[in-house]
Ligand binder design. Sequence first.
Ligand SMILES: C=C(O[C@@H]1C=C(C(=O)O)C=C[C@H]1O)C(=O)O
Length: 354
Amino acid sequence: MDFNLLLEKISNHYLKKLPFVVYSKPNSKNLSALLQKDDFLHEIKELNKAGFVLSPFNYHNSSFFIPEIESEIYISEFVKEPFTTEVTSVLNDENEEDYYIKLLENTIEAIKNNTASKIVISRPKDIQLQNFSIDKLLNRLFSTYPTAFRYIWFHPRTGLWCGATPETLVNLDDNMFSTMALAGTQPYINNEPATWRPKEQDEQQQVTNMILDKLKPAASSLEISKTYTHRAGSLLHLRTDIRGKLNNNTTLTAIASALHPTPAVGGNPKEIAQKFILENEGYNREFYTGFFGPIFNNGTSANLMVNLRCMKIEDDVARIFVGGGITLESNPKEEWQETQNKMQTMLQVLQPML
Ligand SMILES: C=C(O[C@@H]1C=C(C(=O)O)C=C[C@H]1O)C(=O)O
């Protein structure tokens, strides 16, 4: 379908407050869209139907879903808009920084008391928009981060969510799967080679180890890549790729619930970190650090992504979600700055609407 026609269809759908999702896989020129025909909110427990799933951080085997069979389906080649990016500064209230630093200090204290070795802490940042438009959002989001998995999801009951994530939860194609351990962050500076401190290496290794532990019982073969630097917009991360073959009886639902939340977004051990986050973070992450993505056939093929570098837009306010992994060696001031840097990913998208 013609790209401008698809844009028009999406805008009309949004105006009518009908659910839709539009997405593009990393390095793909195509946009795929599912435009649901009514505004029913589908919830699923098993990831075994064709459609697009959206699951919260606090996932208990129930996800929202836009089913293929209830939707008009379109694919279009994306026409990239010329764009410029520059660092966008936002006003920070001093209380926000103080509150976050205190939360980080308490987290380090909890880690010292041996409750966990890593806990991922995050915060929301609300940004007032001047002239929001779905067209501008779509053009900007899909043009700026061609190597990320980009999506816009709308349902009148969940609101509008969008993001450009570098992190795969699991890709499945028949019984072949791939995933990644992504952690450790530093700003990208003009082709300068990255050097990683033991702190970041340890933080990322914890993610790799946990993923391997969870996958071993479910896989009949496993391959692990060398750890390398991955660029995500203006940031760099450490990444290890893991792939292999699943046992015949392992479902997509089983693999997603075993992996989520990885220590890249929750912590280690998983249950203690998740409890600490829910009790101490002081806000609801909703779908941030949950997972989302298209499911094909009856769940034998899927691209599930971790919902990072994302935001929720409601009534001309964009809520950007940012966080980072905390270990014993973390420095609260540096961690605050890391969340400031991560915020740039979505601020670049919002730039023409600020
Ligand atoms: C939690 C986020 O990112 C995660 C945390 C990282 C870190 O702590 O260095 C790096 C990549 C992601 O796995 C986020 O972007 O909000």
